[in-house]
Design a protein around this ligand. Structure first.
Ligand SMILES: [Zn+2]
Ligand SMILES: [Zn+2]
Length: 420
């Protein structure tokens, strides 16, 4: 979708450029050969003065002097009225081809509670659609997390905090409802469970997949053998050590530190995850905890949902550059969190959220962590159907190969090393 720029009279043109914004004359075509789409038609097309939706065969041209993207055998599918355009603004003003390209490869959300999983863990409500929006957006797999400490967490003055201590056996018992709910969701949505690196490598959005994850290892209740059980029985492949409760494994960012970051049991769980083939996620852990986790692990760490700050702040879930670098130094990745308070729209999520983290840790160490249906406030990317817009926004800063790494390639690399 875009605006035609043509040297022909308005009556019709067999070749014209499609630009993100209205141009006034051929001279206002951008210098960047990737910023417009060259449209070639078999017969003159009436372009008019408004926005157009063009269909045809998308080609990427190797001609160094030409435009990078071409649509051949073009037809004008629809003339978009101004009101429609305003409704999708500012997303419409992104180059179309980036969307088409990003949908080709593997794309993974590394932290999600999609499909109403948290409520369904209590047997409440029904599942909401997951697979359809993933197919629409071109997302291949999600790391879908049960929330291990959910029964005792409450919102207090805008902060999620433990409301009480769990009763002995309570959080393990809860996991015996939440993991089956996750599997029921995957079954209902026709989504295969990822058990091996090969499963993830071959995951495609036509039949999107689920990686079983837990946000918090509270269900272990200090018993290491329950990790083996979860690996076997529930196909757990991605474990976040802590959540909103300082638990048996370590401290968290949103409560006072009481156990030096990571406990001996936390280190034992990391080593067992390394041996079994479970990705270790240090989201919510303190910087001290992350440094100790980095020392304990032999595999890359993931910090699945956060974003960068440059100055310390109390009780924030965001991280300082050194905290991010400690994760990247293990070969791991940091998922960028689309909290709308920080990133009001998808363009800022990409060009500020992703790009600033890449500046600090490099292109190989950043991923997508939407925390879908887990955010307290609004999300800059509330639906997987919006993934093409994110891909297009990333393409404003990154090339196709870099964008593919950010949207899934980096997690795939970590998953291959950790899970095998
Ligand atoms: Zn979280
Ligand atoms: Zn979450």
């Amino acid at each position: 979708m875009g605006f035609a720029l043509t040297s022909e009279p308005m009556g019709g043109a067999e070749a014209f450029l499609l630009m993100a914004e209205p141009g006034c004359c051929p001279g206002c075509a951008p210098n960047n050969p990737s910023a417009v789409v060259e449209v070639l038609a078999e017969r003159p097309l009436t372009t008019g003065a408004g926005a157009l939706r063009v269909s045809g065969v998308l080609r990427v041209s190797a001609d160094a002097d030409g435009w990078r993207y071409q649509v051949r055998d073009a037809e004008i599918a629809r003339v978009v009225r101004r009101r429609t355009l305003m409704a999708v603004s500012p997303l419409f003003c992104l180059p179309v081809p980036a969307v088409a390209q990003a949908a080709d490869g593997l794309a993974v959300d590394i932290h999600s509670h999609a499909g109403n999983l948290t409520r369904m863990s209590y047997g409440r409500g029904g599942f909401s659609a997951v697979a359809d929006p993933m197919r629409q957006g071109g997302l291949s797999a999600i790391s879908l997390a049960v929330v291990s400490d959910s029964p005792i967490i409450q919102l207090t003055n805008g902060r999620l905090r433990p409301g009480r201590d769990p009763r002995p056996g309570e959080l393990y018992a809860f996991s015996q409802h939440s993991f089956p709910a996750l599997h029921a969701l995957a079954r209902e949505q026709g989504m295969p469970i990822v058990r091996t690196a090969a499963d993830l490598r071959t995951a495609r959005s036509a039949r999107p997949s689920v990686i079983v994850a837990s946000e918090g290892a509270d269900f272990l209740e200090g018993k290491i053998e329950r990790l083996d059980e979860a690996y076997q029985r529930w196909a757990l492949r991605h474990l976040q050590l802590t959540h909103y409760r300082p638990n048996e494994l370590g401290d968290i960012q949103t409560e006072p530190s009481v156990q030096g970051g990571l406990t001996a049991f936390g280190a034992e769980v990391i080593r067992r995850c390394n041996a079994l083939g479970i990705v270790v996620d240090v989201a919510h852990a303190t910087f001290e905890g992350v440094k100790k986790a980095a020392a304990a692990t032999t595999k890359p760490l993931v910090l699945s949902h956060t974003s960068l700050i440059t100055r310390p702040a109390a009780w924030t879930r965001r991280i300082l550059p050194d905290h991010a670098k400690a994760v990247a130094a293990t070969g791991g990745i940091i998922g960028i969190w689309p909290v709308a308070d920080y990133f009001p729209n998808i363009v800022s999520y990409a060009t500020d959220g992703f790009a600033r983290m890449v500046d600090v840790v490099g292109i190989d160490h950043v991923g997508l962590g939407t925390d879908q249906l887990g955010l307290v406030g609004a999300s800059a990317m509330s639906s997987y159907a919006d993934l093409p817009q994110l891909a297009a926004a990333l393409r404003m800063k990154f090339n196709a190969e870099e964008t593919a790494k950010l949207l899934g390639g980096n997690y795939r690399r970590v998953f291959e090393v950790c899970v095998g």
